[in-house]
Design a protein around this ligand. Structure first.
Ligand code: ADP
Length: 435
């Protein structure tokens, strides 16, 4: 109600009251006239309140007609109702648009509350996971997606960063990649993408590489055998050619065995069964191999914490450690120093190899674990590298939930550290001490 209307109503009230007082004075019964007038005014007010109540109760009722202040009140409420209705329609159309958009998503999308109970899901969730409305709403998501690994994964809550792969509960042949997004305090979005096709293509690619590598191995072995026998009898001027052929064939053999190793690791991304690995003993064996490979060109320092065992896969871990030590030998000039450490730190059991070698430019460090990535193709090929060593290391570490840290300065040396989760520490009863 505007100030002008208030003034109008106030003046009507004053005129009314003055008239009542005048009528009372003229009639000689002022009290009675005032009482009758007050009663009439009260009755009119109560009647309007009642009409207002009735009108508000009825959804689509016609606006009641009245006089004065009450007519203004009815008009104002009517205006508010109209603008509310408009707002509601606007919100409704936004919600409708959002729902049709999320239903068009090919990925199953689920909203879960702080207790991991399902509060909403889209059409794709119905198709991919077989979820039903309203039966499944309000159910714990772990009851709907029954997989013990999924339950463990989601239990980590806010800290969940990496995605998780599982079979669809509606169809076991469908593989789903699950990721979680926290979008409001205690509200989370689960996005499940069908990765069956991608996985199949990846498997075809892996099998192809593994088969080709495997098929090439036999002819290469035969070739190396012939080269070996020719090298003993060939004339002196041909010897460098044969030796070059032998080097190249050995390089190719290394490449094939790295490719096979990598495809084996990729097919078994998760450590199948954890065993308590005697890492100190493994490293003592690697020490001997490294000294043989180096042939006194480098000085080694092995600092190994006795009795620090690790839960994991022995073959894979040995392969990762060997790759890092061999890289240090390959990329450190004669006379350089190589320090190998195995110790428990605050972050967890840590294996590190530090060298005083040629180092790596900072810009190349993030890409080192990519397949076939070489800092400078010449320096790697000259040293007999395949470009797959650090990819193998990265795969092994991923399967052990470990991280690889690379610290290097060009011309001064590098440090490669593998940090394992504390939970993988294993302490045998009779710890061995070697170093
Ligand atoms: P490669 O078999 O060619 O050594 P890797 O994947 O093991 O392949 O290493 C990738 C690249 O990282 C190598 O080409 C090399 O340039 C660089 N590199 C790896 N380790 C070291 C190191 N200890 N010092 C210097 N450069 C290194």
């Amino acid at each position: 109600m505007t100030a002008r209307n208030w003034r109008r109503h106030a003046s009507h009230l004053v005129i009314g009251l003055t008239s009542v007082l005048l009528a009372g004075w003229l009639s000689g019964e002022p009290v009675l006239v005032l009482a009758v007038a007050s009663f009439c005014y009260l009755a009119w007010t109560v009647a309007n309140v009642f009409r207002l109540y009735q009108w508000l109760r009825s959804e689509e009722g016609k606006i009641p007609e009245s006089l004065g202040m009450w007519a203004d009140i009815f008009d104002r409420i009517h205006e508010l109702q109209k603008s509310n209705r408009l707002q509601q329609e606007k919100h409704q159309s936004v919600i409708q648009e959002f729902l049709s958009m999320t239903d068009a998503f090919p990925d199953a999308t689920l909203v879960i509350d702080q207790n991991d109970c399902l509060t909403w899901f889209n059409d794709a969730a119905h198709n991919l996971l077989g979820l039903q409305i309203p039966e499944d709403l309000g159910q714990p998501v772990t009851n709907l997606l029954r997989d013990p690994d999924f339950a463990d994964w989601i239990a980590v809550g806010e800290q969940v960063q990496t995605s998780f792969e599982m079979a669809s509960p509606a169809d076991g042949t469908i593989r789903l990649d699950v990721s979680i997004i926290t979008y409001r305090e205690k509200q989370r979005l689960l996005v499940l993408r069908d990765v069956t096709e991608i996985n199949n293509l990846e498997k075809i690619r892996r099998d192809f590489v593994a088969n080709v590598s495997h098929e090439l191995r036999t002819p290469l072995t035969v070739l190396l055998g012939y080269l070996e026998s020719i090298s003993d009898q060939c004339p002196d001027d041909v010897t460098p050619v044969i030796s070059k052929m032998q080097d190249q064939a050995h390089q190719m053999q290394g490449l094939l065995s790295d490719l096979l190793e990598l495809s084996r690791l990729q097919s078994a991304e998760q450590v199948s069964e954890d065993q308590s690995i005697d890492v100190p003993a493994t490293l003592m064996q690697l020490k001997e191999q490294s000294e043989e490979l180096s042939q006194d060109r480098h000085s080694f320092k092995f600092s190994i914490e006795p009795g620090l065992f690790l839960l994991g896969n022995a073959v894979d871990l040995e392969s990762a450690f060997r790759n890092l030590i061999h890289n240090a030998i390959k990329y450190t000039a004669d006379g350089g120093e190589i320090a190998v450490r195995w110790e428990s730190t605050e972050e967890g059991p840590t294996f590190s190899v530090q060298d005083t070698g040629i180092g790596i430019p900072t810009r190349d460090i993030p890409r080192l674990t990519e397949r076939f990535y070489r800092v400078g193709s010449d320096r790697s090929r000259d040293s007999g590298g395949t470009g797959l060593g650090l990819s193998i290391v990265k795969h092994v570490l991923n399967a052990h939930e470990a991280s690889l840290n690379i610290d290097s300065e060009l011309g001064l040396g590098s440090t490669f550290s593998c940090v394992f989760p504390v939970e993988r520490t294993s302490r045998p009863k009779n710890a061995r001490s070697e170093g």
